[in-house]
Design a protein around this ligand. Structure first.
Ligand code: ADP
Length: 161
C-alpha cells in the first residue's frame, strides 16, 4: 500500500521521523508531501524543507518526497493515493485532526485518514517548539537530526524569526 504523509515540515523533527520510520516499515511506499502554505510564516522555503527531509530519510528505501499546494484531496486524487497518515501527539491534536479527516472524506469519500500515535519519547515535540528554542540559541540536538540542527543554527545566526 502507498500512503501520503502530508505536513509543513518546517523543519522535520525527530517526531516526524518517528512516524516516517514506522510507516516505512509497514507500507510499500511513503510519499512525504510538503505543503506549500502561503498563510503560515515559515522559516524554511519549500525547497529547503525538501532538502532537509531528503537528507534525514536517505537511509530509507521506500520514501518519495514531494510538495503540493491547494487541497490535500485534489493532491491525493492526482497522486492516485487515497490513504493519508497523520500523527497524533496528544489529545489536543485530536479535535483538529478529526475535523480535517471528516472534511477530507466529505469531499473525497474514498480518502482514508490513518492516525499514528507518536512514540512517548517524542510526543512533546513540534517544529514550532524547536524553532523557538533555536531562536534563543538553545540546545536542540536531541530533537532534530544533525543536518536540521545545522540549518536552524545558520538561519537564526542570520536573524530569522
Ligand atoms: P501541520 O502544519 O500540517 O500540522 P506538521 O509539519 O506540523 O504539519 O506535522 C505534520 C504531521 O506530523 C501532523 O500529522 C502532525 O500531527 C505530525 N507530527 C508532528 N510532530 C509530531 C510528533 N512529535 N509526533 C507525532 N506526530 C507528529
Amino acid at each position: 500500500m502507498r500512503v501520503i504523509y502530508p505536513g509543513s515540515f518546517d523543519p522535520v523533527t525527530n517526531g516526524h521521523l518517528d512516524i516516517i520510520q514506522r510507516c516505512s516499515e509497514r507500507f510499500d511506499q511513503v510519499i512525504i508531501s510538503v505543503l506549500k502554505n502561503t498563510k503560515k510564516n515559515s522559516v524554511f522555503t519549500v525547497e529547503e524543507r525538501i532538502h532537509l527531509l531528503k537528507e534525514s530519510t536517505k537511509d530509507l528505501k521506500n520514501i518519495e518526497i514531494d510538495s503540493f499546494s491547494g487541497l490535500l484531496t485534489d493532491y491525493s486524487r492526482k497522486k492516485g493515493c487515497s490513504t493519508i497518515i497523520r500523527g497524533l501527539r496528544a489529545v489536543s491534536d485530536f479535535e483538529y485532526e478529526m475535523q480535517l479527516a471528516l472534511i477530507n472524506r466529505k469531499t473525497y469519500p474514498d480518502l482514508e485518514t490513518l492516525f499514528m500515535v507518536s512514540s512517548t519519547g517524542v510526543s512533546f515535540l513540534s517544529s514550532s517548539l524547536v524553532k523557538e528554542i533555536a531562536s534563543f540559541n538553545g540546545e536542540i540536538s536531541c530533537f532534530v537530526p544533525k543536518v536540521v540542527e545545522e540549518a536552524l543554527r545558520e538561519k537564526f545566526k542570520r536573524g530569522a524569526r
